[in-house]
Design a protein around this ligand. Structure first.
Ligand SMILES: *Cc1c(COP(=O)(O)O)cnc(C)c1O
Length: 426
């Protein structure tokens, strides 16, 4: 298909994330991807290839077209791409679930596989509400969270995203009203910790679980917070009979410098969601893990099953690639690579702090953020990055990068140059 033809059809028929219909700006056409490079169907602003600064939204840890992941996919394709999971099981899913139990905090023992992060959050909420219903506390139907978060785009997760200024504000009168507290401060403040404890105590009769993204609030604003707050949540939840959910869909698999955000606090949630990087960015898959207490609690209830079963639950192809991706990650010193990227981002992004219109530069693990004092001019910022040979996707007042861990130092320096150029242009 010719590029102009493709773009005309795209505009006429294809929705893109958070986009209008018909589309108003032309997306770039990607022909293939390999390593950390996206190859464009036609050069744009003189660039035939772009270095990927986004890991395709936190997912492509090992870069694209990786021989090990390709082989795992090919191998599994030759056996079966999919079979239903009701009444059937298979080695890829069993291996994946077992692997997830091994690498996550010890109390998490049971795994529900689903097809996207949002669904894994739905499942987490259902598990917690049903647990309380089963053990005779049906009044606990709400979730509590802090502002500034993001937990997905389906109905229940939307109700947990920041109700003000977030992308789901439109629905604030329609969505389930959850219990919100202020967003976590960037440094540890005893008064905030006290407020968390008080609010959990106050709402314990109606709240089934607290749900947060540990250490980094991602799509809600790329904000970092001290892990101490996670310990405070754990203690207060235990004290008042409230469950704790960590949404590790973005933070999981090493992104913040530890394998999971939970590891920075040394606590375990009762329920954990993982997704995005689970399959190394190859296929859509997510998982919800829970403790034996929750699983057994549900099984003791009037309806002793978890009534959820996605058609593509446990998809063998995705499971096989996820196993390969996790094995690949664990077979190398990933923490060293993340540290290297953290150092590169700190050095490369620091000069952005001096640019006019820049409010703050912050880096944690393999995440680099330049926050402006105004909303980004998306078109100008994206063009500036592309001219510098890099793919970035800014939002709101944020120009950020979370490169694949395999990004070399030279490419990393180019990403930093592009982020600075985007900040200057946008
Ligand atoms: C991306 C994301 C989700 C939603 O995942 P999808 O796969 O897009 O449905 C949920 N929570 C967090 C923290 C995320 O970053």
């Amino acid at each position: 298909m010719r590029n102009d033809e493709l773009l005309a059809l795209d505009r006429a028929h294809v929705w893109h994330p958070y986009g209008p219909m018909p589309g108003r700006t032309d997306p770039l056409v990607v022909e293939s991807a390999s390593g950390v490079r996206l190859r464009l169907a036609e050069p744009v602003h003189g660039q035939a290839e772009l270095i990927d600064g986004m890991s395709s939204w936190w997912s492509a840890l090992h870069g694209y077209n990786h021989p090990v992941l390709n082989e795992a996919a090919h191998d599994q394709l030759g056996r079966m791409s999919h079979v239903m999971f009701g009444g059937l099981t298979h080695e890829p899913a069993v291996r994946l679930a077992t692997r997830l139990v091994e690498i996550t905090p010890e109390p998490l023992q049971h795994v529900f596989l689903s097809d996207s992060g949002s669904v894994s959050v739905e499942v987490a909420a259902k598990m917690c509400l049903q647990y309380w219903r089963s053990v005779g506390r049906p009044g606990k139907q709400l979730l509590m969270t802090w502002r500034g978060g993001y937990h997905g785009d389906t109905w229940q997760p939307m109700s947990l995203c920041d109700p003000e200024g977030g992308m789901h504000e439109l629905w604030s009168g329609v969505l389930q009203r959850q219990v919100f507290v202020d967003a976590p401060p960037v440094t540890y403040e005893e008064s905030y910790a006290r407020m968390l404890r008080e609010q959990i105590a106050l709402h314990a009769d109606e709240v089934a679980a607290v749900i947060v993204e540990p250490v980094v609030q991602n799509a809600g604003g790329m904000r970092f917070h001290p892990p101490e707050y996670l310990r405070v949540l754990r203690e207060a939840c235990d004290e008042h009979g409230v469950l704790l959910i960590f949404d590790e869909i973005a933070t999981g698999f090493g992104r913040t410098g530890t394998l999971f955000g939970a590891d920075q606090a040394g606590v375990s949630p009762d329920v954990m969601c993982v997704g995005k990087a689970l399959t190394g960015g190859y296929l859509s898959m997510a998982a919800t893990l829970c403790t034996t207490e929750i699983a057994e609690g549900i099984s003791r209830g009037e309806v002793p099953v978890l009534a959820h079963g996605p058609t593509f639950m446990g998809n063998p192809l995705a499971s096989a690639v996820a196993c390969a991706s996790i094995d690949l990650l664990m077979s190398q010193d990933w923490a060293l690579e993340v540290k290297r990227i953290e150092t590169g981002l700190r050095e490369g992004l620091a000069p952005a702090a001096e640019l006019p219109g820049v409010r703050e530069v912050r880096v944690l693990g393999a995440i680099g953020v330049v926050q402006l004092d105004h909303d980004v001019d998306m078109a100008a910022a994206t063009e500036a990055a592309v001219r510098a040979g890099v793919w970035l996707r800014p939002f709101r007042d944020l120009i950020y990068t979370m490169p694949p861990y395999v990004t070399g130092d030279e490419d990393l320096a180019r990403i930093c140059t592009a982020v600075r150029a985007a900040a200057q242009a946008g």
